[in-house]
Design a protein around this ligand. Structure first.
Ligand SMILES: *Cc1c(COP(=O)(O)O)cnc(C)c1O
Length: 418
């Protein structure tokens, strides 16, 4: 008998993928064969027979399964149970932030979905668990990616777990913890004296010679499907209505796009009690805010952001392949895209962590700074229910969150000690 917790990973379950679809042109691509981008060079989306899915599983059946992301197997593309690659992706808790809510003047509810508790300490685990499972299913042996850190750590961990080779390229100022954990968990890792686009170019150039499959953000179809489980989990945890507002730290945008896809599928299935969608707020750092600029300019595509700089390394994505999908979702939801100044995002990371005891990543600090501002301006109403995604654990950001006691301050001012 397998342990009860492994049931989602050991029992066969039906799958419902019909085809893949180009996110820009809608052109169909065959399922069950290896794909990168679509023929038009845009991300591919996995499509399901939702009617058949609805007939095969109920909310109650889902609710009775062990609490990990694989309870949503019917919503996911992996056909064969033996191809599932897992490190124990427990459902992440929704924790109420009542002290923070009082601080920013929200009487409703602020909840954090704490994704820092996933394997490798960030929500990148969800996407890479799926991408690596599908790589295994489709017969790939060597995976490569450019990364600002967390995606690479998850790739190395899941790749090693699956017995696949992984090659990871990071900008040289990627947090040290990430580089070390990639190496520790069996990945081959290089520091590159450039930005993530430069790392991406190295992967593209090496593909032919090295036989790499490129698992860059949105350049393969399955990381979105893994991130989709954040939206499924959130809906289930809230009892199938969705919150009024979601603040999401946006880099490449897979999380926001994936969650939006989850809500769309749930709406189509008729599983949502109220089909009003949450307002999606894409939060970025002022030092790298291409989506915010495009949103403010009324554009559907974002210009590359020059000289990107922020300690919230997951947000240092100067150009996102899925820009139009992020902007479409944000606009369709009635939300917005907002940037937080670097000092504000770091200040809010520290402040909220100290108030609530949650290990907030600086990426989330951008959301918290935006939340404080929107609560002040009334764009978020005092009675609304707000969910903030904490996409990673603070323990991965020792450099960014270091704050020594300034020697020039009076010796009695211990307030900044850290
Ligand atoms: C990658 C990353 C992000 C950005 O995620 P996207 O879904 O690609 O926008 C945010 N926060 C952390 C901690 C990350 O690692």
């Amino acid at each position: 008998m397998p342990a009860p917790l492994a049931r989602n990973l050991t029992e066969d379950r039906p799958t419902f993928v019909t085809h893949l679809e180009c996110s820009a042109t809608g052109e169909r691509h065959a399922a069950d064969v290896l794909h990168g981008l679509s023929a038009a060079g845009k991300p591919l989306l996995v499509r399901y027979d939702l009617e058949a899915l609805a007939g095969s599983v109920t909310k109650d059946q889902l609710g009775a399964r062990p609490p990990d992301m694989w309870r949503y197997r019917e919503f996911l593309p992996v056909r064969r149970t033996e191809h599932l690659v897992s490190l124990g992706e427990a459902m992440t808790p929704l924790v109420s932030l009542s002290t923070l809510a009082a601080t920013v003047g929200i009487n409703g509810e602020i909840l954090v979905k704490d994704e820092g508790r996933l394997p490798t300490g960030s929500f990148k685990a969800r996407g890479l668990a799926l991408a690596v499972s599908m790589a295994k299913e489709l017969g790939v042996h060597r995976l490569a990616m450019p990364t600002n850190g967390n995606a690479g750590a998850a790739l190395a961990a899941y790749g090693s777990r699956a017995g696949l080779e992984t090659y990871v390229f990071c900008p040289e100022d990627t947090p040290e913890v990430n580089v070390r954990e990639i190496a520790l968990q069996g990945g081959q890792v290089w520091r590159v004296n450039g930005l993530i686009d430069d790392c991406g170019r190295i992967v593209a150039d090496g593909k032919g010679e090295m036989g790499w499959f490129d698992v860059s953000t949105l350049k393969e179809p399955y990381r979105i499907e893994g991130k989709k489980t954040m939206g499924l989990e959130l809906a289930e945890q809230l009892g199938w209505p969705l919150p009024d507002v979601i603040l999401y730290p946006t880099g490449g945008g897979t999380g926001l796009i994936g969650m939006w896809k989850a809500f769309d599928e749930l709406r189509e299935l008729g599983w949502l009690d109220d089909t009003t969608m949450p307002r999606m707020i894409a939060c970025q750092a002022a030092g790298c805010a291409p989506i915010v600029r495009a949103f403010e300019a009324g554009e559907r595509f974002a210009e590359p952001f020059p000289d990107p700089e922020t300690s919230a390394s997951g947000l240092r994505v100067p150009s996102a392949v899925g820009d139009f999908m992020i902007l479409d979702a944000v606009r369709a939801s009635g939300g917005s895209a907002r940037a937080a100044a670097e000092t504000d995002l770091l200040e809010w990371t520290r402040r909220a962590a100290a108030l609530e005891g949650i290990s907030f990543a600086p990426e989330t600090g951008a959301c918290l700074a935006v939340l404080a501002e929107l609560a002040t301006t009334g764009d978020i109403g005092a009675d609304e229910q707000v969910v903030v995604f904490n996409t990673g654990a603070a323990t991965k950001y020792v450099e960014a969150l270091r704050s020594p006691l300034p020697r020039w301050d009076p010796a009695t001012d211990w307030g900044t000690l850290a």
